[in-house]
Write a protein that binds this ligand. Structure first.
Ligand SMILES: NC(=O)c1ccc[n+]([C@@H]2O[C@H](COP(=O)([O-])OP(=O)(O)OC[C@H]3O[C@@H](n4cnc5c(N)ncnc54)[C@H](O)[C@@H]3O)[C@@H](O)[C@H]2O)c1
Length: 447
């Protein structure tokens, strides 16, 4: 499997990005008066975008002024245009941004491969961004998003909304309060069966493009291929390497989030994946990635291992989980943090279960209330709150998740990670997979 983006291209992009770090942050975005509304544009209004739009618009301080979707049918642009009838509608997000004076911020709820191209263009126009998880499609794009938000001093939020749910907030507090002591190892998993295509080849032929769908606009920065009904748009793009990030990409930014937040993780030192050989165009339906991170104030030892597992029915071994009584089942998806004083199960999504060493009973804890992840972004854009999944946090989390998807291409091979240089110094064959090629005319403008 070869990737054509050369190492030189990557390093060129990286040096531009690193130079941008030296630029002073500047506040260009419009300063809102006390009674002024935050004008929001929504890009990708069907699927999860519908609840993203309604979630942000739940703030009385928000006015929805622009809606964009490549599919004009009822389930996509249609119902959003009916509900927010005063908003201008677009099929092409570039046209929405051409009329940039209409919006102060955008919601980006497109498939993964368009998050960075859309968000970077918006940030370069000084628009605040609320973007779906995973933040990007490649590691390089994730670093770019972090740099752009910093350079333009914008309010950003990745939509791993469970971070703001009482379940995950309570789990983070348990660790920060020292209840399980310093953490010795972590296991995180998604044991569901992917509901999108895995391990298949591209189906032959093409189907007529529905009148409501702008297929060229859907493909955006990705290489052109024929439209096939039910194969890519909507939802099933997840299983295809050109558009999605597979099971780890789909769930990693949720399930690994309380691990990152509680242990204050940033970049791994190395990772090693195990997975079946990939088909040329789709992701696999099962993988394991063992990450090693440097120690933090909440971990024991010089390094901390965080192991990710995905696949139908998968669970980590109960070895070293002696604090968890044998009659307590592990959930279908979630994490276990094994600490010096006890173990914590963090189900995805339910209240955490705390077991202290030597006790056979679950220890009850006071729940931390939820906050509204969507309205928090709108409030923060107005200077009335701070976001918790801003791109300074979501960038490194997404980089880690997507490094795992690079590792899946090279099973059994340990990849060392130099986060500062953005290099895999011990295995340069993997380096090109940190980025990708963009279709001519659609190349993002890097920071
Ligand atoms: N946070 C969560 O819990 C959660 C849940 C589901 C999906 N997601 C994320 O939301 C994003 C969308 O996933 P989905 O399941 O809704 O996908 P989907 O394909 O069902 O919906 C995507 C929507 O965006 C539109 N669209 C596609 N390309 C576009 C473009 N270039 N410009 C404008 N509109 C475009 C589609 O027509 C559709 O309405 C993904 O990044 C996914 O990972 C997050």
């Amino acid at each position: 499997m070869k990737r054509t983006a050369t190492r030189r291209q990557f390093i060129k992009g990286l040096s531009v990005a690193t130079a941008a770090l030296a630029l002073p942050a500047a506040q260009y975005s419009r300063v809102l008066g006390a009674n002024e509304k935050l004008r929001v544009g929504s890009i990708g209004t069907g699927g999860k975008g519908w609840s993203d739009l309604n979630g942000v618009a739940a703030s009385p301080a928000v006015e929805v002024t622009a809606l964009c979707d490549i599919d004009s049918s009822a389930a996509h642009l249609g119902r959003a245009a009916t509900k927010y009838s005063s908003a201008k509608t677009y099929a092409d997000w570039r046209k929405l941004l051409d009329n940039q004076a209409e919006v102060d911020g955008v919601i980006v709820s497109t498939p993964d491969f368009m998050h960075a191209p859309v968000s970077l263009a918006a940030m370069q126009l000084d628009k605040h961004v609320f973007c779906q998880k995973p933040l990007t499609h490649t590691v390089f794009e994730a670093r770019q998003m972090q740099l752009a938000a910093k350079k333009h001093d914008l309010v950003t939020q990745m939509c791993n909304q469970i971070q703001s749910h009482t379940a995950y907030r309570t789990a983070v507090k348990i660790v920060h309060d020292g209840m399980i002591g310093k953490v010795k190892e972590v296991h995180s998993w998604q044991g569901g069966t992917p509901s999108w295509p895995c391990n298949i080849d591209r189906p032959p032929g093409s189907d007529p493009v529905p009148d409501t769908v702008a297929w060229d606009l859907w493909q955006g920065v990705a290489p052109r291929r024929p439209y096939k009904k039910g194969i890519y748009h909507p939802f099933n793009w997840r299983g295809w390497q050109a558009y999605g990030t597979g099971q780890l990409g789909d769930f990693g930014c949720h399930i690994l989030d309380p691990v990152f937040k509680s242990l204050l993780l940033t970049s791994p030192l190395e990772l090693t994946a195990e997975a079946p050989e990939l088909k040329p165009e789709t992701w696999t339906d099962k993988a394991t990635v063992r990450y090693l991170f440097p120690q933090t104030q909440y971990t024991a030892g010089d390094t901390i291992a965080v192991t990710w597992y995905d696949g139908a029915g998968v669970r980590p071994s109960r070895e070293n989980m002696s604090a968890i009584p044998a009659n307590v089942d592990l959930p279908g998806a979630g994490s276990v943090l094994i600490g010096e004083k006890g173990s914590l199960i963090i189900p995805h999504v339910a209240m955490p279960k705390l077991f202290l060493n030597g006790s056979t009973e679950e220890t009850k804890v006071e729940p931390v209330p939820s906050v509204d992840h969507y309205v928090q972004w709108a409030d923060a854009c107005r200077g009335e709150a701070e976001t918790t999944s801003h791109f300074d946090y979501a960038g490194p989390l997404t980089e880690t998740v997507l490094l795992g998807t690079v590792g899946i291409r090279f099973p059994g091979q340990t990849l060392k990670w130099d986060a500062q240089k953005m290099e895999i110094p011990n295995f340069t064959e993997a380096q090109p997979w940190l980025t990708k090629e963009y279709v001519k005319g659609w190349e993002p403008a890097w920071v």
